[in-house]
Design a protein around this ligand. Structure first.
Ligand code: ADP
Ligand code: SF4
Length: 700
């Protein structure tokens, strides 16, 4: 296929100081959960994107000194020779595909708690970041930096830059965003200094300017020097000579960096979930930057549409199309546009499960791309699968995320696949959930897979096909895959923090009832101990139908787990906008049709809320009826030539959509492989040889 010529502009080379990017696709620095302890996992993850056509590939935050220590959150380091070797695996891998490698050198300032290094965090004026969520809280307040501290940070940046050059990086960052040290100097709330580093915008910019200077002195002949800066707050502050302080900052620094990487100020706005924010959402904040500098500008906005990308370039908003999430969801996005296959892009759905991986401290997971993070340790490539050694007839029952992904990957391997679903549309849980407030973009999970499946001659798909044991025996496949999903229960919750008992009353509902089209009589109480998005979204859904709703959870916040996906502040805003009262730390313990009894999780004190119905978003259990019925007739299955029955996705263990997709992919990849089930290869840090190691090894 040939590409549409209007996308040609995306494939122009662009200079970044002394180096040249081969095209305008720029994978901006983003967290991957892959520290220097996982150097091969990390190198393969980044390499896959270079192979897929991203012209620039960057690391995530890379600490320049142990006084910038974010543990237990994962972060990379550039402290010593081992670190240089660990990063060199990545730069070599990226260079193999002709892309540039960038490193986001980073000092966290007052935003890190130095839990591991136990050094005092550094800050311009001793002002800490006082997080409201326990995962980010710390109880060490930062030290006020004196002049020798400032000099030390400048020295660490220069040393970090030199190490980065030795490791093979082409672009070296100064980081002044997202609450970290450089940013703290820029904002008067953090920076109360009365010396030349505080006060006017010229003074507040001084530290960042000096960081750029030392970086350029250290590596500027060989590497591009990039400034990553958050502009959201500064854009809101009137400047003296310019419309805002953000304008003044860019004007002052316009010649100090070879590239400006511009962004928002906090994770929930910078990396906002699609539930609340659309594509190109940063534009109103960063649209002015190119007018004030001749240097190239990169920005993000969950870009997946080539037309939007071209528009950003043509309208002079950006020079590079920055991508973090779109590059995780589809490492081959640039090549697909280049080859005229844009409809094959696995578009990011903006669920932010990838970000939750960083908060969890594990390698990145992605809902759309089950191979993300598995490139090295499981040997999974997003665009290549191993052809089946022996082509078999495989019946996949259930066309939700797990079944669709499984059928697609089995089909790609060349098997003869039948996919059957009882429903009127494919998508499983998503067939309903994508109709709920803010979740339409999640439909891309279904659309991408159906698009590919429809092109496959070896896959047959059937809707409105409820299959039981007789039908399965009649079809007589070689293998049966049960992707039949899970159901929500009416179980309650105990002070032991486990589900217990059930609430029996005709006006008690589960999400399955709502999905089946029932609207409870209001006022309705939503009791949520699932804690992810669904309780909050269903509350919004009922409120949008005019039903008075109140929301109760034993957790400390509404949709508490959504802190992991950057959604939590926006969930609270959404519930407040719909005037939903939120009660936390309470369990529903009774309901008589007119009022629900709530019990405090810790004190046991009781209260009541008037309501006519209760919706419990609590425990989900696998649908096992078909599995059990099949097991009871094993002899007949064997006689029909059915060699295996395997449950995947929610039918195996209910979870987020990302887990269902991964489960479906895993089955399809591993089906028919010889030998024991493979777990994954374990990566090891690159370390100097321990003295005495050989002696001990010999003695064993
Ligand atoms: P997952 O997230 O694991 O993919 P879902 O709940 O989203 O699970 O999807 C399960 C799908 O399985 C639903 O679309 C449902 O209609 C379908 N299904 C369940 N039981 C049967 C069955 N016996 N025959 C055909 N389809 C079934
Ligand atoms: Fe996009 Fe979700 Fe994948 Fe992150 S996990 S890249 S938000 S699809």
């Amino acid at each position: 296929m040939t590409r549409d010529s209007r996308f040609d502009v995306l494939f122009e080379p662009v200079k970044i100081g002394p180096v040249t990017a081969p095209n305008r696709f720029y994978q901006v620095p983003h967290a991957s959960g892959m520290t220097n302890a996982l150097p091969r996992v990390r190198a393969a993850f980044r390499e896959t994107k270079a192979e897929g056509g991203w012209g620039v590939i960057c690391t995530g935050a890379c600490s320049i000194d142990p006084s910038s220590d974010d543990a237990p959150l994962p972060f990379a380091t550039m402290w010593d020779l081992n670190d240089i070797h660990a990063h060199a695996l990545m730069t070599d891998a990226v260079h193999r595909h002709g892309s540039l490698a960038g490193v986001e050198l980073w000092h966290g300032g007052a935003s890190v708690m130095n839990r591991q290094s136990r050094l005092p965090p550094l800050s311009p004026s001793g002002i800490p970041w006082m997080a409201t969520h326990v995962g980010f809280m710390g109880n060490m307040r930062p030290k006020v930096m004196d002049k020798s501290d400032i000099k030390a940070v400048l020295r660490w940046q220069a040393e970090g830059a030199r190490k980065a050059r030795t490791a093979g990086f082409d672009i070296v960052y100064v980081y002044a965003g997202m609450g970290y040290l450089g940013y703290e100097f820029l904002l008067p709330e953090y920076n109360h200094r009365t010396d030349e580093y505080g006060g006017s915008i010229e003074n507040r910019v001084r530290f960042v300017r000096e960081m750029l200077d030392v970086t350029r002195d250290a590596v500027g002949k060989d590497c591009g020097v990039a400034l990553r800066v958050s502009l959201e707050e500064l854009r809101g502050r009137p400047g003296r000579n310019q419309p805002s302080e953000a304008h003044e900052l860019i004007e002052i620094l316009s010649d100090y960096a070879d590239l400006f990487d511009v962004k928002m100020d906090s994770s929930p706005t910078d990396c906002s979930a699609s539930r609340f924010t659309g594509e190109a959402s940063h534009e109103p904040v960063i649209d002015f930057v190119k007018k004030l500098t001749d240097k190239p500008v990169v920005g993000v906005g969950r870009f997946t549409s080539p037309d939007t990308m071209v528009s950003q370039i043509r309208r002079g908003v950006l020079d590079f199309i920055g991508g973090a999430r779109p590059s995780i969801a589809d490492p081959f996005l640039p090549n697909k546009i280049r080859e005229g296959r844009a409809e094959e892009i696995r578009e990011c759905i903006g669920c932010n499960i990838c970000i939750s991986s960083w908060h969890d401290g594990v390698p990145v997971r992605c809902t759309q791309n089950p191979t993300a993070g598995e490139e090295w340790r499981r040997g999974w490539h997003p665009e290549r699968v191993e052809p089946a050694h022996q082509k078999e007839k495989i019946l996949v029952i259930g066309g939700g995320p797990a079944g669709l992904e499984c059928a697609l990957t089995l089909g790609r391997r060349g098997h003869e696949v039948t996919l059957a679903d009882a429903g009127k549309a494919f998508g499983g849980r998503l067939a309903f959930e994508t109709r709920l407030p803010g979740l339409a973009t999640w439909g891309r999970v279904v659309d991408y897979r159906l698009g590919r499946l429809n092109e496959m001659p070896n896959v047959s798909m059937y809707l409105e096909s409820q299959l039981g044991v007789d039908e399965i025996i009649d079809l007589a496949p070689d293998h049966v895959v049960l992707a039949t999903g899970a159901h929500w229960t009416r179980m309650l919750y105990s002070s032991l923090e486990i589900p217990v008992g059930t609430l029996e009353h005709p006006e008690v509902y589960t999400p399955d009832d709502i999905a089946a089209g029932h609207l409870p009589e209001g006022p309705t109480l939503v009791f949520d101990f699932d804690n992810y998005y669904y309780g909050g979204v269903l509350t919004e859904h009922l409120a949008s139908k005019g039903i008075p709703v109140s929301y109760v959870t034993p957790a400390g916040q509404a949709s508490a787990w959504t802190i992991m996906t950057n959604e939590l502040p926006l969930v609270h805003r959404a519930l407040a906008r719909r005037q939903v009262p939120v009660t936390t730390l309470h369990m529903v313990t009774g309901f008589d049709g007119e009022k629900a009894t709530l019990t405090h999780l810790f004190t046991g004190e009781q209260m009541t809320i008037d309501c006519r119905s209760v919706l419990i978003v609590g425990l989900r259990m696998p649908r096992t009826e078909l599995q059990e019925a099949l097991a009871a007739r094993q002899d007949e299955l064997s006689a029909a030539g059915i060699r295996s029955v395997t449950a995947i996705g929610d039918a195996l263990s209910p979870g987020a959509i990302t887990h269902a997709v991964h489960s479906g992919h895993k089955f399809a990849r591993e089906h028919g492989s010889i030998g024991l089930p493979q777990y994954y290869k374990r990566d090891t840090p690159i370390v100097d040889r321990e003295p005495g190691f050989e002696l001990r090894a010999a003695a064993e």
